[in-house]
Design a binder for this molecule. Structure first.
Ligand code: HEM
Length: 555
């Protein structure tokens, strides 16, 4: 794309059969494209030979330019400024050298805490990052101080964001409409080491042949790195995409890695972490959702005691249609939670059928109906102990719910960010949308809920980082359930308000309102599965009271 044009040269291409335009200093040949332009060809012919930057931004967002650039750009104007060697980054405020650590002064006789040798380094906020729209990113992206994030998180953030912006964002709408994401994207998740970092545990180099995520040394990996991957993936604004990539894996693989027999884990997990095989979690049934203790899919021990014979149905199983393995909850004993076990079922055992279900949202996630008919599962595939599967499932719920929360908060931010950007370009009644108080009120209500949810999330992720998994399950289950309800209601609110701000553009699919329209459809996929809002709210209080009674609560 090295060809340069003068303004006059571009002006020479102003006919329908020879149509150039300029957008942001780059020259595009739209002669052939005009017939397929969704906005019509006449509108392009009216700006033929001219700089159409302003008109372009009125009707499109950045993803469109990224998507079509390679195909349509023929050069740049000679007046276009050359890009700087490195993108300028605003300095953190104020510059490090001028920063002073506040040393608490002690009055004689009093003991004052004093900062350790690393205090000034830890106190440093990271450089501002991203578009800097307030509340569109977590505050530590925008030069707030944080006790949780350091340079390794900032490096990972940059790595994931670049990939999402270049390879994912421009295609997300197309993939959602096609109800599938190319397999190569999931494979890339494995190759980049992201899948292995999403298990809710320390980075498992023993299962990745020593490989790890480029930006972060494995020994530094923590739950905040995990949070970041899901958060940045969610910026694409599609529940279908996120669930396609990590929906089945993120809940189906951890029970296997943590509670499966070593030989089984060693045999199966490395291929999954590489992105070569896929796994999902099969718990919900046509007649048992949040009410897990009532599941009926049965697993009977064969007479020789070597196999379980599995019969039953599973419904709403994310990724099921594409999966090789199914981490499946089955009934091996009597009624209730003490008769439940977890088995790893492989598609090649025979008797496993999957069909795609049509759903309101998360279109590209592959929601599936599964039938197991006389599937012969070796007893070695038992995950955890027989009839003690409920504990495996419950521990896993915390990890699943935190994932849902991260996604919901980021989707809420996406709704907010899209709204702020659109409100700055759309004019009604003689002024920009953002200049109407009623629109600012909507933005303020979105922002306050987003920040409250996210700060609670950071706190709980930090607790998970510090507590043992069983302690976390017992102590944090209630709070995580409460935050799930908080996050899904925030998401629902933000999707609604963003839709109102975008008006018709978020009612039709695609185009500038694409993310908002899609997310609005995805809301229920978050508010219902993984524990419905109603069950989460009730659990949050019941569980908190139980824990605090044990802690010595005085009433
Ligand atoms: C590089 C040049 C261009 C490309 C690749 C392009 C591509 C597209 C695409 C893909 C859409 C479908 C909507 C979407 O997905 O966002 C669209 C819609 C549209 N485009 Fe363009 N376009 C270009 C230039 C322009 C220019 C210069 C104008 C105006 C002078 C324009 C006016 C429109 C309009 C009015 C729509 C319909 C918007 C709506 O449905 O609300 N386009 N364009």
């Amino acid at each position: 794309m090295s060809k340069t044009f003068t303004k006059d040269e571009v002006a020479g291409h102003k006919k329908a059969d020879d149509l150039y335009i300029v957008v942001e200093g780059d020259v595009y040949d739209l002669t052939k494209f005009q017939d397929e332009h969704p906005g019509g060809k006449k509108i392009l012919q009216r700006v033929a030979g001219k700089d159409a930057t302003q008109q372009f931004w009125k009707y499109h967002n950045e993803a469109i330019l990224k998507k079509f650039k390679a195909k349509l750009q023929v050069g740049s104007l000679d007046t276009k400024p050359k890009p700087a060697a490195a993108p300028p980054t605003p300095p953190a405020t104020p510059p490090a050298a001028e920063k002073q650590t506040v040393k608490p002064a002690a009055t004689p006789g009093a003991v004052a805490p004093s900062p350790g040798p690393d205090a000034s380094e830890e106190a440093e906020a990271l450089d501002p990052y991203g578009d800097l729209v307030p509340y569109a990113d977590p505050s530590w992206y925008q030069s707030y101080h944080s006790p949780y994030f350091d340079q390794s998180h900032a490096d990972l953030r940059a790595e994931v964001r670049q990939w999402i912006e270049d390879d994912i964002m421009p295609n997300v709408t197309e993939w959602d409409e096609a109800k599938a994401v190319p397999d190569s994207v999931y494979k890339t998740m494995g190759e980049r080491g992201y899948l292995a970092g999403l298990l809710g545990m320390k980075y498992p180099t023993h299962l990745t042949g020593g490989k790890h995520v480029a930006a972060v040394p494995p020994e530094k990996w923590d739950f905040f790195h995990e949070l970041l991957i899901t958060d940045e993936l969610s910026r694409a604004g599609s529940g279908g995409l996120v669930w396609n990539l990590i929906g089945g894996f993120g809940i189906g693989c951890p029970p296997l890695v943590k509670h499966g027999k070593k030989s089984l884990v060693k045999k199966i997990v490395p291929e999954i972490l590489k992105g070569e095989k896929r796994i999902c979690l099969a718990i919900t049934e046509p007649d048992a959702g949040s009410d897990v203790a009532n599941l009926t899919c049965e697993a009977k021990l064969s007479e020789d005691g070597k196999h379980y014979i599995v019969n039953g149905e599973k419904k709403w199983i994310t990724n099921g249609v594409w999966c090789d393995y199914f981490t499946t909850a089955v009934r091996t004993g009597g009624e209730g939670m003490n008769g439940v076990s977890v088995l790893l079922i492989s598609r090649d055992m025979g008797g496993v059928s999957t069909r795609r279900m049509d759903c309101q949202g998360v279109w590209s996630s592959g929601t599936t109906y599964i039938t197991f008919e006389d599937v012969k599962v070796p007893v070695e595939n038992l995950i955890g102990k027989e009839n003690q599967g409920f504990k495996v499932i419950m521990t896993n719920f915390n990890h699943e719910r935190i994932g849902i929360i991260i996604q919901c908060v980021r989707f809420s931010r996406v709704c907010f960010e899209e709204s702020v950007k659109y409100a700055h370009k759309r004019r009604t009644f003689g002024k920009r949308l953002v200049d109407h108080a009623v629109i600012r009120l909507k933005l303020a209500h979105m922002a306050r809920q987003i920040e409250a949810s996210y700060n609670w999330l950071e706190n709980l992720v930090f607790q998970c980082e510090r507590m043992h998994e069983t302690e976390a399950m017992l102590k944090l289950g209630g709070a995580i359930a409460g935050l799930k309800a908080q996050a899904t209601t925030t998401f629902e609110f933000c999707a609604r308000e963003a839709s109102q701000i975008f008006g018709g553009l978020s009612y039709s699919r695609g185009g500038q309102g694409a993310k908002v329209e899609r997310l609005y459809r995805d809301v229920r996929a978050y508010a219902i599965p993984g524990g419905s809002e109603e069950i989460m709210l009730d659990l949050s209080i019941r569980q908190a009271l139980r824990v605090h009674k044990a802690l010595g609560m005085k009433l």
